[in-house]
Design a protein around this ligand. Sequence first.
Ligand code: B12
Ligand code: SF4
Length: 555
Amino acid sequence: MIFESRTINIFEIPYSEYIIAPLSTLLFAEWKSRPAGSRHKEVSMKILLYNPDNGVTRNFMPHLWMFLLQALTPKEHEVVMIDGNAKAMTIDEIVEFCKSENIGLVGIGAMTRMIARAYQVAGALRTAGIPVVMGGPHVTECPDEALGKDGGPRYADAVALGEADDYWARIVEDAANGRLQETYEPATDEKGVDIKPSLQEYPHIPWESLDLEQFSLIPKPFKSFMSKLGEGWGTFHVVPMETGRGCPYGCEFCTVTGFFGDSIRFRTNESVIEELLRLKERAKREKGQIAVFFIDDNLAINKKRLKSLLRDIIDAGAQLPWVAQISSNLLADDELVDLIAESGGKWIFIGMESIDPANMADVNKNFSKPANYKDVLDGLARRNIYAITSFIFGMDNDTVGVGARTVEEIESWSPGLPVFGQLTPFPATPLYDRLQNDGRLERPKHWMDFAPFVMAHRPLKMTVEEARRETISAWERSYSPERNLEAINMIANSPIEVRISHFVARLFFRGIYFPQLRKRDWFKLLFDNRRAIMTLAGEGASTWMKYRKRVARAA
Ligand code: B12
Ligand code: SF4
């Protein structure tokens, strides 16, 4: 979906489209679900859940935390959700909106990458006298920063630490009664360890009725035409869904093991399948497409359980196209990969990090073996499943040329969607502590002045500037029009829809690091890639004609 990145006037915001319509759908569905006698019940507080924009891309998918907390909000309160990535609003507009809508509590969630923006919004709301609670990984790791207890300004009235599922309702009640506490955190057991929410009783997120228009990836002008294609492409949504939480691997740079803990918790297969079936029904009703992003950090962390889930999905006919994150070591299993394909798996995100085993050992990730990457990708591609492969530059053993070496290696594998980042010390990770102890952190609070591709610490065998150049050149080479054409030609034997989806995904992925927010950026991109587009359009047209003839013959 293409959005314009202009500053908007508060009166121009299409509230009816982005806020009022979803809200009224939500409220009506909720009102209908109440017993008749209780329908007069008054709303006691209006809550805004806000996700800050990342300033680079528009959202391809809503953030799960907002929908989860909305589902866990006591019914007498009303929830409005605004995702800054889907609808850009200035800080003044947000404050104005909260005042005019009489918002009694604003909940803001953010990862480290978006925290500076989150603080700006939170600070302005607080100044305007609107109570703010902040949650998510960053404030869990740096609560004093959000509360102004580290010498800096205060941004939030309250912080929610760790997983908030079990205590969000308490925050809401406290705010409604004017007694918001400063810190909320999960209850602890007798050893002082956080009691993690069990996912066995999972809340009902009403995906079937939520207005997801703002997240459709099909531009409006094409909607009518696209809804007539195949089973219908009038809308295309990527919906986040979790089947479990936690990862025990403890890679040095990762916050997941610290945040979610190393004990893994799963939803029941029935609950996942019930949610999938509702989404499938919605896609059919809308003549659109829904893909699911299983946001578990490592979907195959328990292979026996994943195989059982995938078999149940297949048996229940609950297949939707899906994407998930799985580490490469768990994918060398033909039975699992067959089940992934049969259950709808299309793209697998693999944190490959480096092609150098010494780097993998340095970050405690040598369970993932670069020597096996080619086999894993080829195995997936044989089933028309493609990989999103993530690499990190600026690791301790990286030297100048690492970008070109990595891309050359990638180009010898079945084509995927490579993404390139830099080793980043997120707060409260073992990596952060190591670099701090070694005196290597150059910008210890790098999140307060985010600079694209500029590392926050000194790599050992190259400079910060060299690491920046390596990263940019790897992106440029991997998503050049020539490489895009080569990639779709490498999968010439795959069905046309697989090749088109691969190509379209390439155009969107390029946008992760090279902003493509304006219409003219997209026109230029399409023009530059005209050879690939013509190739696919020609094949697509002939496949379409054959399909029409078959349908006519059958009639
Ligand atoms: C999905 C996902 C993404 C999506 C985000 C889009 C989307 N719409 O979701 C994509 C793939 C784009 C993405 C990108 C990145 N991601 Co990411 N991502 C995730 C992932 C896998 C799942 C997030 C999720 O939904 N979790 C499930 C929900 C239920 O958990 P939650 O969000 O933490 O919410 C709970 C609590 O935190 C709390 N909570 C959260 N918000 C709020 C707000 C309030 C008010 C309250 C009360 C409570 C609360 O309550 C919730 C329920 O318990 C997490 C890992 C993980 N398992 O969480 C990484 C994670 C969040 N990502 C991470 C990172 C680093 C990134 C990138 C920076 C990577 C990179 N180098 O490019 C980029 C940033 C992109 C950008 N420019 O915005 C890190 C963040 C670490 C940190 N300290 O910030 C994580 C934790 C993974 C990791 N390996 O460490 N990511
Ligand atoms: S396998 Fe992935 S989620 Fe688990 S600790 Fe390593 S990087 Fe984090």
